[in-house]
Design a protein around this ligand. Sequence first.
Ligand code: ZN
Length: 131
Amino acid sequence: MTETDETYRNGDETKISYYHAHIYYGDDDAVREKAARLREKAWNKWPGQVRMGRFRDTAVGPHPQAMYQIEFDPDLFPEIVPWLMYNRDDLTILVHPDAEDAFKDHDWYPFWMGEKLDLRLEFLRAGGRQA
Ligand code: ZN
């Protein structure tokens, strides 16, 4: 890894305000059902601590497939991330921080569970904040 790569990847993690876990289900009804069950389980486990996004049945913003998001504060990270690892039921999940720059949050710092999808990053390069 070159010095430039290091610079490219490094940032200040103390600026993270919250996280999103995006749960993708695409256009398969059975997968959507699975995603709905995960959503309900997470809601029942952390009522009032997770902020649930609605089902977005068409691709929106940088997200290439239908999905919903779970928003949570940094103090829940050590609980909810392992829980997602063990309960995701083969769903594809993107976890990204929300800090200061939506492009970096989605392209530099996120991690994936399952299949890594190609985000539509052009939605974020212009400085958009959505999703
Ligand atoms: Zn997001």
